[in-house]
Design a protein around this ligand. Sequence first.
Ligand SMILES: Nc1ncnc2c1ncn2[C@@H]1O[C@H](COP(=O)(O)OP(=O)(O)OP(=O)(O)O)[C@@H](O)[C@H]1O
Ligand SMILES: [Mg+2]
Length: 252
Amino acid sequence: MIETEDLTRRYGDTVVVDGVSLSLPERAFVSVIGANGAGKSSFLSMVSRLLPMSAGRAFVDGLDVSATPGDVLARRLGILRQEHGVTARVTIRDLVAFGRYPHSKGRLTAADRAHIADALAFLDLEPLADRFLDEVSGGQRQRAYIAMVLAQDTDCILLDEPLNNLDMRHAASMMGLLRRAVDERGRTIVAVLHDINFASCYSDRIVAMRDGKVVAMGPPEEIVTPQVMRAVYGIDVEVVTVKGYRTVFFYR
Ligand SMILES: Nc1ncnc2c1ncn2[C@@H]1O[C@H](COP(=O)(O)OP(=O)(O)OP(=O)(O)O)[C@@H](O)[C@H]1O
Ligand SMILES: [Mg+2]
């Protein structure tokens, strides 16, 4: 369970996350949408303790994030950052093994190896597992990073733009896998998405941010509307319901 109270981040006089108070549902897929610079990554980074908060509080499963040791939090919550700088000569299997670090502290047990194998299989990475990260495509590398976060085996998973570098087929397959992680494994996934139509089809809740504030939160049918899209992105779109899902169209 992720909750925030008046969560705020400032850089000098500029407020980039502005008093966000939220209670996110458990065992749900929550999308975070908003324009570039809206504060989405800053919000996720504070919840995961990667970025110090300027004010307010965040709680993960009732633990106060600023007062919880990193390794304790890392067994509850995993995060895929928007820019993940691992480019060294590591194989995909070794990268996924890093995800076990909060549990294994570097000495992999049989249980750790089972989690690694499971994450590689879940993301269909077995054929690539022994390739180095710089020997695979950008989309394959993106899947490897997500496998690393899944191998961490946490209830809460924060993903900052998990669809980066994925083609339409792999993006759809990734959303399907993440949905299964929620439905079959009871995970809580919070994902920053720029593709509103994927957010619309796969989310239980959508959090819409603008200028550091949450301007709307609700199920897709409440958020994927011309009014909210205008409020969030400042553009006019048409919304059509296709097979029960709200779908956004933008015309030149
Ligand atoms: N170290 C920093 N110093 C000053 N301002 C910063 C710093 N890091 C981020 N910001 C500013 O904070 C604001 C929010 O940034 P953030 O990365 O959270 O946005 P975002 O919603 O994730 O955007 P994007 O969709 O482009 O990833 C931006 O205006 C950004 O310029
Ligand atoms: Mg971002």
